[in-house]
Design a binder for this molecule. Structure first.
Ligand code: PMP
Length: 442
């Protein structure tokens, strides 16, 4: 088990045995409302019959065919579905088993793009503080999650991090929203000039931040400027939508709401909804053309890439989302969830900010709403809230304390796309009780 002290494993973990709709059941028969889809994964909820049948059907035909030798139907069909809904010239897809694997792929392809075009000095990746792009060495290196990086930093090449877009804490008094967005976006230009544009390969960011500072979105002023800077200096733009993509924010891709077109787009969690481990990287025509004119092939690959069973599951998940118009339900229930959170926590003495998009909403906790003073990290509000919520039958996704520059604690709600209005009410009521009990304990 990751990031849990071994001596507290037994008290921390329950054994999950069954799932049904938006609920998970443990071995003692307790029922939990899956208010975070695990960590933003289970977009269709649990035990969806159409997806299970598709997996069974594919398993009987063909579980695995090495991509060294073959392509396969589910991979081609899923690639076609993604290409059809993709913005701009993101018309090529490749599939892996996890978010980190695909972010690594994006970083490597970005590097290859420049080498194949005759600019081999472009090696540097610029990322943002308080970001998370994965747990492998390469992705930790471009992440700003200090707690997760710390142990490995002596193994890394120097990382270049700029400010996140985090208006609640970093917008100055009297500064307009647009001026703030431009100020932080321009940090990218300053950093590129400092490093020398001939040395910079790509900039990577999450359109809506997930695991670090909790559902923080930027805006189109910010991303328009980021795109301009990338174009001006020949730097590729990688957007990591592992958490916020595939419908989670109310559009298939979160970047659609910021009117920004990346060169490489990574997605994972909502792609397969947890039915199989699957992630995807969408690659722009511009990059594929450079590869075709360069060495002719992408210098990256994994044993389980384009896995037929995983792609069959992803395909069924995406067909189910389309046929039931579930992204529209994300927008509808997301607006309802936001209204319910505002109603329950809008005046709460210890909730400083309510933010997010679609079914990806968060509360940030503070000691004092005026000063935005956070709770002391050693109080571990976020960890206590997670535990308490479980006793109220709610899975939610709190974080805080150990992350670079983040002073406070927050909790993310990211329920399955199939959630109903009554279930949103049930989730918010459970959260109210959990927050009250946790803060009383502190
Ligand atoms: N990027 C983002 C934005 C994520 O939220 C995550 C997972 N939380 C990852 C990358 C890494 O994905 P995985 O855990 O599947 O490797």
């Amino acid at each position: 088990m990751s990031f849990v002290a071994h001596r507290s494993l037994k008290e921390t973990y329950r054994k999950a045995v069954r799932g049904e709709g938006i609920y998970v059941f443990d071995a003692d028969g307790n029922k939990y409302l899956d208010g975070s889809s695990g960590a933003g994964v289970s977009c269709l909820g649990h035990s969806n019959e159409r997806v299970i049948s598709a997996i069974k059907e594919q398993a009987e035909k063909l579980c695995f065919a090495s991509s060294v030798f073959y392509t396969n139907d589910p991979t081609e069909e899923l690639a076609a579905v993604l290409a059809k809904g993709a913005p701009g010239d993101l018309k090529y897809a490749t599939f892996g088993c996890g978010g980190s694997e695909q972010v690594e792929g994006a970083l490597k392809i970005a590097r290859q793009y420049h080498v194949d075009r005759g600019e081999p000095s472009r090696t540097i990746m610029i990322a943002r503080r308080q970001s998370y792009h994965g747990m492998t060495l390469g992705t930790l290196n471009v992440g700003g999650h200090i707690g997760r990086r710390q142990l490995y930093t002596p193994m890394f090449a120097p990382t270049h991090l700029i400010a996140p877009h985090y208006a609640y804490r970093e917008r100055r008094e009297g500064e307009t929203a647009a001026a703030y967005s431009l100020r932080v976006a321009n940090e990218l230009e300053t950093k590129i000039l400092e490093l020398g544009q001939e040395n910079v390969a790509a900039f990577i960011a999450e359109p809506v931040v997930g695991a670090t500072n909790g559902c923080v979105a930027a805006d189109d002023v910010y991303f328009k400027r980021i795109r301009e800077i990338c174009d001006q200096y020949g730097v590729l733009l990688i957007l990591d939508e592992v958490f916020c993509g595939m419908g989670r924010t109310g559009t298939r891709h979160a970047c659609e709401q910021d009117s920004v077109l990346p060169d490489l787009l990574v997605m994972a969690k909502g792609l397969g909804g947890g039915y199989q481990p699957i992630s995807a990287l969408l690659i722009s025509e511009k990059i594929i053309n450079a590869v075709k004119d360069g060495r002719g092939y992408i210098a990256n690959g994994h044993t389980y890439m384009n896995h037929p069973l995983n792609c069959a599951a992803g395909l069924a998940v995406q067909q189910e989302i389309a046929d039931r118009d579930l992204i529209a339900n994300v927008a509808k229930q997301g607006a309802y969830l936001r209204a319910r959170l505002e109603e329950s926590f809008g005046q709460h003495a210890h909730v400083g900010d309510i933010r997010g998009r679609g079914l990806m909403q968060a509360l940030e906790f503070v000691v004092d709403r005026e000063t935005k003073e956070p709770f002391p990290p050693e109080k571990q509000l976020w960890a206590k809230l997670q535990k308490t919520a479980m006793t109220h039958g709610l899975m939610c996704y709190p974080n805080g304390g150990t992350i670079d520059g983040i002073k406070g604690d927050h909790v993310i709600l990211a329920p399955p796309y199939i959630i109903s209005e009554a279930q949103v009410d049930e989730m918010v009521e459970k959260l109210e009780k959990s927050v009250a009990q946790t803060i009383n304990q502190l």
